[in-house]
Design a protein around this ligand. Structure first.
Ligand code: HAM
Length: 425
């Protein structure tokens, strides 16, 4: 294998220490908090029938048209790696039938989009997503945003902004498209090439075009809510009122539309100041999608975990606080001692002691060097003499002092060390 073949595929990463400590913290904080809000974890497959995504995300969306990893399997079925989590989770919940009513679920896992890789944009990335089934309800939308802000606080992530807007109802869609077309027609020729195409296929997407000239044109037309029904505007006002009640500051962004077609009513995105062009750490909204002839309604969001972790790392490059048990290193002088230490290591670990030992033959010096490198707090040294006497040399690695102890004293000392670091109840 050439060294190039030892690299992961472009846009995909191996995630390991020390960064993995952030992943572990973010995931365990989230699991704890989500259980307080009544969410259960679900793990759906990373591969689904392509139709699951095409139908729910919308076949004119960038994700479906350009970004899915799609392939035929050996049975001639079109399958895709999931580009996001909502569609697969809705497929699962729809399969539960009436039992799914009111379900609240979350998922953590890899998603795949074949986009041009750049800082903050990967081909395999991870989402922490949350979905709550239920008909349109402004309180439920506000609760979701509040949960997201709670998660940000729990992680210690400051400097983020919640941008919100509305997509209105499916019944508003025609009036919105017509209104936007009328407002944009006088400047249609000045739009970028992509937006000229979007004008006919999905005019709403002209609103969030990143091109500066398109942005100026859009800023000059009425906000999208101007073309919606009074009921849709009221719904958004309700969401904002609930958020105020919950003390969650949000920014109204009339250009926010989100890139997936399943959204109705409230949509939002959370951005973070420390990131560059790809500054959206999360996106969410209320949605409706058809699954096997039934309309499923719900509200949810997904954080992009790479971006969350990049933002956390900027604030604290040293990594998250961690409490790990002190390490004990078992040093074996001779084959018999190694055999006995293997058994001792197992007994210690079963009592919660973190311990390691060298299983290849090594000198005392090389084993002590390894213990130091690993940051061991204590070493237990055994050779033929100690085995004969049934004793252990216990060495304190920070001050170099050592003493001979028997098995009960050794266990007492090492297991007590573990009890001492257990968090207070
Ligand atoms: P999304 O906005 O497409 O929404 O993705 C959510 C988050 O995933 C983004 O805000 C971003 O942080 C991260 N993300 C997306 N693409 C990439 C990429 N190529 N590289 C790194 N991070 C990325 C959804 O996926 C919806 N399913 C969210 C949702 C759940 N709406 C309702 N329920």
């Amino acid at each position: 294998m050439s060294s190039q073949n030892l690299q992961p595929i472009q846009g995909m990463s191996d995630i390991t220490t020390p960064e993995i400590f952030w992943w572990q913290k973010v995931e365990s904080d989230a699991r704890h908090l989500l259980s307080l809000y009544g969410f259960e974890e679900v793990r759906t497959p990373v591969v689904e029938y392509t139709a699951v995504f095409e139908r729910s995300l919308g076949d004119t969306t960038d994700v479906v048209q350009k970004e899915m990893y799609t392939f035929m399997d050996r049975g001639g079925r079109s399958l895709s790696l999931r580009p996001e989590g909502t569609a697969g989770v809705m497929r699962f919940l729809a399969g539960l039938g009436p039992e799914a009513a009111g379900k609240r679920v979350y998922y953590i896992g890899p998603m795949f989009r074949c986009e041009r890789p750049q800082a903050g944009r990967k081909r395999q990335f991870h989402q922490l997503g949350v979905e709550a089934l239920g008909a349109a309800n402004a309180g439920a939308d506000a609760e979701m945003i509040a949960l997201q802000v709670h998660l940000l606080n729990q992680w210690g992530l400051e400097n983020s902004t919640v941008n919100i807007n509305t997509r209105g109802t499916p019944e508003d869609r025609q009036a919105v498209s017509r209104g936007l077309a009328e407002a944009l027609t006088p400047q249609r020729d000045q739009l970028c090439e992509d937006c000229k195409r979007r004008f006919d296929t999905n005019i709403l997407r002209v609103l969030d075009c990143k091109n500066e000239a398109c942005g100026k044109i859009v800023d000059g037309i009425p906000p999208v809510t101007a073309f919606m029904s009074e009921a849709s505007r009221q719904y958004l006002e309700q969401v904002r009122r609930f958020l105020k009640l919950l003390n969650i500051p949000v920014c109204m962004n009339p250009r926010l539309v989100r890139g997936l077609d399943y959204y109705v009513h409230t949509v939002w995105e959370i951005t973070h100041g420390a990131l560059g062009a790809q500054n959206a750490i999360a996106g969410g909204g209320r949605y409706q999608m058809e699954m096997d002839g039934r309309v499923i309604e719900g509200v949810g969001f997904a954080f992009g975990l790479e971006r969350v972790i990049a933002s956390l790392q900027q604030g604290k490059p040293s990594g998250p606080e961690r409490s790990v048990a002190p390490l004990v290193w078992l040093v074996s002088l001779g084959d018999k001692a190694m055999e006995e230490n293997l058994v001792l290591a197992q007994a210690l670990r079963q009592r919660g002691v973190r311990c390691e030992l060298e299983l290849n033959k090594g000198s005392m010096k090389s084993q002590m060097r390894a213990a130091n490198r690993a940051g061991a707090a204590q070493a237990v040294i055994r050779g033929d003499q100690e085995l004969e006497k049934g004793l252990f040399v216990l060495k304190n690695m920070s001050d170099g002092s050592q003493k001979e102890v028997d098995l009960p004293a050794l266990m007492n000392e090492l297991v007590r060390g573990v009890v001492a670091i257990e968090p207070a109840k």
